[in-house]
Write a protein that binds this ligand. Sequence first.
Ligand code: ZN
Length: 95
Amino acid sequence: MGLLSVKCPYCGSTKVVKFGKHPNGAQQYTCHNKECSRSIFQLDYKYHACAPGIKFRILKMAINGAGVRDISRVLHISTDVVIDTLKKKKTGINK
Ligand SMILES: [Zn+2]
């Protein structure tokens, strides 16, 4: 039996405690850092589109010239998630 140290993927805090199970059986954790933007998270997401940082990776790949189906194949997410993420991104050019 080993000790698993869990860090919050959003703020990096180690003040993390277990917070029950998701209906799909995955262990959920909650972050006790008051300044953290996200309170509940999982270490291993069954649905990859919900994993932290996936939207940033979609945008980064799109900027570097990858197509929708390329991104979908590499990140193991659906093309609908890629398209929705790209549509919702505000460029900041047309304010
Ligand atoms: Zn946190």
